[in-house]
Write a protein that binds this ligand. Sequence first.
Ligand code: 3HC
Ligand code: NAI
Length: 698
Amino acid sequence: MSTLYEVRGSSAVITLNNPPVNGLGLATRQAIVAAIERAEADPVVTAVVMTGAGAAFSGGADIKEFGSPKAMSEPNLPSVVALVEACSKPVVAAVHSVCMGGGLELALSCHYRVVAAGTKVALPEVKLGLLPGAGGTQRLPRALGVEAALNLIVSGEIVAAELLAQVPGQKLFDRVVAGEVLEAALAFAAEVAAQRPLPRVRDLPATHANPEAFFQFARNMVAAQSRNFPAPLRCLEAVAAAVNLPFEQGLRAEREGFAALMITPESKALRHAFVAERAASKIADLPPGTPLREIRQVAVIGAGTMGSGIAMNFLNAGLPVVLVESQAEALERGLARIRGAYEAQLSKGKLKQDKLDARLALLRGSLSYADIAEADLVIEAVFEDLDVKRQVFEQIDAAAKPGAILASNTSTLDINTIAGFTRRPQDVLGLHFFSPAQVMKLLEVVRGAATGHDVLATAMALAKKIRKTAVVAGVCDGFIGNRMIEQYARQAGFLLDEGCSPEQVDRAAEAFGFAMGPFRMNDLAGNDISWAIRKRRAIERPEQRYSQSADRLCERGRFGQKTQAGWYDYRPGRREALPSPEVAALLAEHRAALGLQPRQIRDEEIVERLVLALVNEGARLLEEGIAQRASDIDMVYLSGYGFPLWRGGPMCYADSLGLFNVLQAMKRLARNPMDDAAFWEPAPLLQRLVAQGKSFNG
Ligand code: 3HC
Ligand code: NAI
């Protein structure tokens, strides 16, 4: 039953009951209509209380229904809202826990609202590329005031109910209660049962002292902050309609805006990302309820760039960390790096002194493996060398307590081999953090052949605790993200050979929306790192072609920002990338040596080649089972590689192009005599999906 109905005294209680968050899907909407009709018809009932079962009043429209005919099937949400508002008996919303989107719009259609303190209130539609489509843009400005409503609607931010209740003159909440909200709402309903006329939010004025100037100022601000996203400005226009038009006309303007946004690629991408983020935490063969191991203490081995950043994640979450090093100096440097990072946050006002002190109090440095004996989780972040990893894991195995989870932060080495250095491979997995580890959202959780279910489940739960977006990857060189980026970088190299400059490639990639183009990114990460990988590949895969321009660069010691010279020149202490005449000459020489005649390459071709290189490798990862689902790949790229959010990730973007077109483009690129035909051999999965008329994300 998606809605429960009972009569208590002379009040009907309608309880939304659609777990997990009482989403307002078709069945729930139908049940609300039936319950209101029943309450209207029952002579005993003098008032109605509407509430939600479980941990939400309502999280709003059912996001999973979007895109299906059910979403707008009658009774649609605007119709339900109108019906509730028109009820001849007073309807009191008993709001608690979560009241968002359509849930808040439903509450706004009730005649009264009693709210539990602490309830999270929002109109978050803008975060899905939408605007509130069931009257929220018209009713909230009337209930809360135009300025506060505009802020909530354009930002989508969650605000605690008691703060909103402090807005001067607000009519959003009639009563804020600390205790049992249903009981309070029933008492309130008894008080107001006889009062007529019934108050309706729609009858309140939506006014502003100087609307023209206010909306023009707001328009400029919102436009500047929402490049690439159409929803925020449309939200603003809908709120302006609440002020400038009669209520019904405002509703019509809102509905037009909602329908127009629903079909934008940006909204599709944002909705995809919402669902993908939650899907990523689910593992096909791991039943819900898999037992978790308790993590109360953490040890990190290696206090270098990664080890110190990794440690900060756990300190931030309130977990004690012991940081173990082999060298006293390296330990001191690592501890100082952590202190320095916190102090930088303090000086920017992002962290208070007491929090800084509390975090540092949880941190201990050590030069002895004996100090990891109490740790429930040990994360290794030492040099990327299998022999060093062997020594370290043998020592961890000897010192860690039974049942401790043992993790490696390796970027390239085989987790199964590393697990084999211990007598407990079931306890071993990869936790691949990204640099800077305390900042980057992405965490690849690498599942070894023997990794226990409880170990994997614990890692996923822990990731949530330290606010990472965790994506499970199988064992392979580069896992998901780096294996794909290698192909992207190879293609970027071919573009240089054919006539592009690094600036042109970066500009095109950044105009597409990447946070950073491939050459600026390499200069930041260090060109020596990819050089080492290319040297290894030359032995492992001698047949694989790549542009040797990057080798020529590295032979001159141009490793990037750290040497103040890479694909670009850098002034001392500055990060600004300046086009380099030396690199231009190097590239010209390199092309001449290969006998290549440079040609003009359009930006569209650059973007197509870079993105399809990602897509083709992504399809291979899916086929090999390294990635569980296409949307996991999208999450890796959205949260770790600066792929534009409004395009939904590489696989979602490929779907939006149409896989038939993607395949045709690869065939065309393979015919370019200067590119590498083998590179563009389409992944078999891609070919199969095209033959079946399917897409990656179903
Ligand atoms: N519809 C359907 N399912 C929803 C949902 C919704 N509106 N909101 C959350 N869920 C589901 C999630 O998919 C997840 O399902 P799963 O367990 O199967 O993966 C489950 O609820 C729990 O979600 P979270 O993992 O996000 O749990 P949290 O406790 O961290 O957060 C929340 C709960 C604050 C409600 C958060 O999920 C959230 O912000 N949801 C989005 C709310 C939203 O955007 N509502 C607006 C919808 S659009 C709308 O209402 C249009 C209208 O104006 C016409
Ligand atoms: P780093 O060189 O900055 O730090 C390594 C630290 O390990 C040094 O401080 C060293 O003294 C210490 N160490 C070496 N042997 C040790 C031992 N036996 N016991 C204790 N400490 C020991 O290296 P970085 O960049 O932090 O990398 C560490 C690991 O993280 C590597 O496996 C690397 O592949 C991986 N990684 C690196 C990323 C990066 O961007 N730097 C990103 C993701 C993973």
